[in-house]
Design a protein around this ligand. Structure first.
Ligand code: NAD
Length: 478
């Protein structure tokens, strides 16, 4: 039996409801409509805030052990439905199916982690300056949360926010990306099946989010905003949140440098940069955007890298052998094409790829003779294109790598331990992979410096974003 029957345009508040308006979800691979989905607006948003506020009062009173148990049930149900969740994701946003299965496990990992972490929200006692006083600090849930997620990780970005929020005792209104609401609705159904109380996790799909989102953010009952998406939209939400002084976490764009020193294991570097660059067809925030290679090995590296890129299987993402599927939509294809065209017009040279194929497919591309004024060096490409830049010294490459407003992920390839530490400490990025092209994990802090964001998700740090610190001073009577 499917997780959820979506023959009607459902959305999820304190129960399943049928929307008055709908919009079409299209499969990026075929261009065909998958189904018509609920299109929520201001009316639904107003009701959702009321429900989130009311159910918060009940959810926060559950013990951490009760919340933990429900989260653990959710985790188990997600793992029981790996295939349906993975197939849905591949249908909605064209992630190659092997990667989709990997994402289900990754998404479930956050639920498992926070099911355990719910029981470790500790307070502290500390000395007072007065003999008759006792001082302590307790942690409490911040309140109802509004979460906005992107299309590129439809499940993992949802659980990375909802699991710690729910574990902390917060209720969540989730607005999924307009391209990937089905995945979110399936997770909500599994939350309900796991015993998640009514109104604790609501999902409001919507085609044009600005109005709905603004209304929810303006409401003082919502105490926390958590967003993953572009820096442009993140800045807008940051401004909107100021009016009611909400807590906010922002996981925004990146422009990751991948630095290969002359003492690196080139074979390993090629393997890992392929994983880091071409995962999700180049559409991840931690994807390599710039490959800096020491001048003494740049030719050898470029040859081996181009060969690996040529060997990638471009095709139907539903096929088990596919490495690279189509891009998510026309705007993404245009952005990738414009980055390559701009680089070529400024003197770059294509080693492999460099062209749009059919539909929304773009060939895995390796490009060299790069200059700083090229768009590819300044903006997130979000596609399967990789520029190679040569460098001569550690000092020079550090300067180039840090020369961006972004600061999410960076990668270093070297067999010199001292260099690995020094460079990792000097890079202005929130996540550093040393000989590791895929460092993200549910137990680790994920987040960016500079304009890549605020706050951290994952690990013991992720739940802190949904907690308030309260100081209690007790004066003892004589
Ligand atoms: P986007 O900012 O366009 O959309 C992200 C979400 O914001 C979607 O749900 C969208 O509907 C919503 N949104 C758009 N305009 C809005 C508005 N005016 N008000 C409220 N909500 C609005 O980004 P995208 O194209 O979906 O995702 C790709 C971006 O996300 C990239 O920049 C990528 O780097 C970033 N990203 C970051 C992380 C991270 O953890 N740092 C992870 C994944 C993706």
């Amino acid at each position: 039996m499917p997780i959820l029957d979506l023959s009607k345009p459902l959305y999820f508040t304190d129960d399943w409801e049928i929307a008055e308006k709908t919009y079409a979800i299209n499969n990026p691979t075929t261009g065909k409509t998958i189904l018509n989905i609920a299109d929520c607006g201001v009316k639904e948003a107003k009701r959702a805030v009321k429900i989130a506020d009311e159910s918060f009062l009940l959810w926060r009173q559950k013990t951490a052990f009760e919340r933990s148990k429900i989260l653990m049930n959710w985790y188990e149900l997600i793992l029981e439905h790996v295939e349906e969740l993975a197939q849905t994701m591949t249908l909605e946003m064209a992630k190659p199916i092997r990667e989709s299965r990997g994402e289900v496990a990754y998404a479930a990992g956050f639920v498992n982690w926070y099911a355990e972490e719910a029981k470790r929200v500790y307070g502290e006692t500390f000395p007072s300056h007065m003999a008759n006083k006792r001082a302590m600090m307790i942690k409490q849930p911040v309140g109802p949360v509004f979460a906005i997620t992107p299309w590129n990780f439809p499940l993992a970005m949802l659980t990375r926010k909802a699991a710690p929020a729910l574990a902390a005792g917060c209720t969540v209104i989730l607005k999924p990306a307009e391209q990937t609401p089905i995945s979110a609705l399936l997770l909500a159904k599994l939350w309900q099946d796991a015993g998640g109380p009514s109104g604790t996790l609501q999902v409001l799909p919507c085609e044009k989010p600005a109005e709905l989102s603004e209304l929810i953010i303006a409401d003082p009952r919502i105490r926390k905003i958590t967003f993953t998406g572009s820096t442009k939209v993140g800045k807008l939400l940051y401004k909107q949140s100021a009016e009611t002084v909400k807590k906010i976490s922002l996981e925004l764009g990146g422009h990751a440098p991948f630095i290969i020193f002359e003492d690196a294991d080139i074979e390993l570097a090629v393997k890992e940069v392929v994983a880091s660059k071409f995962r999700n067809s180049g559409q991840t925030c931690v994807c390599t955007n710039r490959i800096y290679t020491h001048s003494s090995i740049v030719s050898e590296f470029a040859r081996a890298y181009a060969k690996s890129a040529q060997n990638l299987v471009v095709g139907d993402p539903a096929d088990d052998t596919t490495d690279i599927g189509p891009l998510v939509n026309q705007a993404s294809l245009q952005k990738v094409s414009s980055h390559v065209d701009d680089a070529l017009s400024k003197g770059a040279r294509i080693i492999t790829g460099g062209k749009a194929l059919h539909g929304l497919f773009y060939a895995p591309t390796v490009i060299t003779d790069i200059k700083d004024n090229m768009l590819i060096m300044q903006e997130e490409s979000f596609g399967p294109i990789a520029p190679i830049i040569s460098f001569d010294s550690e000092e020079e490459v550090l300067k180039m790598a840090n020369n961006t407003e972004y600061g999410l992920a960076a990668y270093i390839y070297t067999n010199n331990l001292s260099r690995a530490y020094k460079v990792a400490e000097a890079l202005e990025y929130g996540i550093i992979g040393v000989n590791d092209g895929v460092p993200s994990a549910p137990y680790a802090p994920f987040g960016g410096l500079k304009q890549s964001g605020l706050g951290r998700e994952g690990g013991k740090w992720g739940i802190e974003e949904f907690l308030e610190t309260k100081y209690i001073s007790v004066s003892l009577t004589q």
